[in-house]
Design a protein around this ligand. Structure first.
Ligand SMILES: Cc1cc2nc3c(=O)[nH]c(=O)nc-3n(C[C@H](O)[C@H](O)[C@H](O)COP(=O)(O)OP(=O)(O)OC[C@H]3O[C@@H](n4cnc5c(N)ncnc54)[C@H](O)[C@@H]3O)c2cc1C
Length: 390
């Protein structure tokens, strides 16, 4: 942090837990609004990994307002081809991601693109303290006080829990995760592959779906493809305790010709594999006094919504604007929640609907999906397809 970047004397302090997309966006927005943010991150260093992000809607607008849009690449490959893979591994034309949704632009990004651009925007402005997290939180009329796991104590005007779906801030202030987590009967696995599969061209996207199973390979400009698998199980919490390679081999046995086994091999070679259950977070309030939840900790929508990162940024940017507009904290936080909740509710509902597009629940869903994709070659079908992929 350089001396020229010091916030004005007497600036209000915000303690932000988590240096993911939401936490970094909150730090940038609040610093711009004259606050003095401090980020606390549990990981020992920057978390730079992650998967694909379809970036449009409120997050896109907020990124523009924050002045970071021009630094964000569009990794869509204009030469890219999209294929559906049938049960025997044969390829048919698939759906590509549109450049616009409802007249508003969309970019294909990686989570690491967003993280890097936000990190670079705050690195000289905001202190990030790694390797620690909240152990206890108390608050009174004037401040919120956090005892950290390294024994230090920090006080602030506002505490922002941007610490993801398994938020400690939420557990400490709002209660145990079980009260707020709604599990889908899905498990997700994803990894960055070490290159395209044999026979695939750079830029090719492959999708194989069957009732209760789906496998995707998404390709990007200047980046290796990302493999992404979803499957249905009655006991996702038990499933994710299994060794990922064993669970995936069992779940995808006999599926997708040679392509899915090759994806599983690529996952076995990968150093970092996401293997988790798919859940949403639902709370009736996102703030209590001087403590506010932001991003996945408050409203995790699942990857099916395609808006998780975007809403973290949109929520952060709106928060800073309302804190400037209303000097009074309860009014600002109340107004923030009132304005965001309809959008979050809509995206959470859309995620429920979209889960059938990502992975058909039954044979009829599979047929409906195939029909839609075949119809995408007609003008009406193309519009429908674009609406779905957006
Ligand atoms: C496969 C996949 C595809 C997705 N696709 C999209 C998409 O197309 N579009 C989209 O917008 N979103 C998408 N998402 C969702 C998106 O990635 C998340 O919604 C978003 O990254 C959440 O950001 P966050 O900062 O709120 O939480 P996180 O990214 O979870 O960050 C939380 C941070 O808090 C830290 N932390 C946790 N606990 C503590 C603690 N106790 N103390 C201190 N620090 C702590 C963590 O280390 C982490 O750095 C996708 C997700 C997945 C898995």
């Amino acid at each position: 942090m350089t001396s020229s970047s010091l916030p004005p004397q007497g600036a209000r302090r915000a303690l932000i837990v988590g240096s993911g997309i939401s936490g970094l966006a909150a730090a940038l927005s609040l610093h711009r609004a004259g606050w003095q943010p401090l980020i606390i991150e549990r990981a020992p260093e920057r978390r730079t990994g992650g998967y694909f992000v379809r970036f449009n809607g409120p997050g896109y607008t907020a990124a523009d307002r924050l002045g970071i849009l021009d630094s964000l690449p569009d990794r869509r490959d204009p030469e890219g081809r999209a294929f559906e893979v049938d049960s025997r591994g044969r390829l048919t034309p698939g759906l590509t991601f549109p450049e616009q949704v409802n007249g508003t632009p969309m970019r294909m990004l990686l989570r690491s693109d967003l993280e890097r651009v936000l990190y670079e925007a705050v690195q000289d402005l905001v202190e990030i303290r790694y390797g620690t997290g909240p152990a206890a939180i108390t608050q009174d009329r004037d401040q919120v006080t956090v005892t950290l796991t390294d024994g230090s104590v920090e006080s602030a005007d506002l505490l922002i829990g941007a610490d993801g779906i398994h938020s400690s801030v939420r557990s400490l202030v709002f209660g145990p995760e079980d009260l707020y987590r709604k599990d889908f009967d899905h498990v997700v696995a994803a990894c960055v592959m070490d290159g395209p599969l044999p026979g695939m061209r750079d830029g090719d996207t492959l999708v194989a779906t069957a009732p209760g199973r789906s496998a995707w390979i998404n390709s990007y400009r200047d980046h290796p493809p990302v493999a992404f698998l979803l499957y249905r199980t009655d006991w996702p919490a038990a499933e994710i305790r299994k060794k990922p390679s064993d669970a995936l081999r069992q779940a995808f046995a006999g599926f997708g010709g040679d392509i899915v086994p090759a994806m599983l091999e690529a996952m076995n070679r990968s150093e970092s594999v996401l293997f988790d259950q798919v859940s949403q977070i639902h709370l009736s309030r996102w703030s209590q006094g001087r403590v506010l939840l932001l991003g996945d900790s408050a409203w995790c929508m699942t990857l099916h919504s395609g808006q998780g990162s975007g809403m973290g940024i949109a929520g952060a940017e709106l928060l800073a604007r309302l804190l400037t507009e209303h000097g009074d904290l309860p009014t600002a936080l109340g107004s923030w929640e009132q304005r965001l909740r309809p959008l979050v509710t809509r995206y959470q509902k859309e995620a429920l609907r979209m889960r059938h597009f990502f992975m058909p629940a039954n044979r009829f869903g599979r047929i409906a999906r195939s029909t839609l994709i075949r119809a995408a070659s007609t003008p009406v079908g193309a519009k429908l397809g674009k609406a779905l992929m957006g």
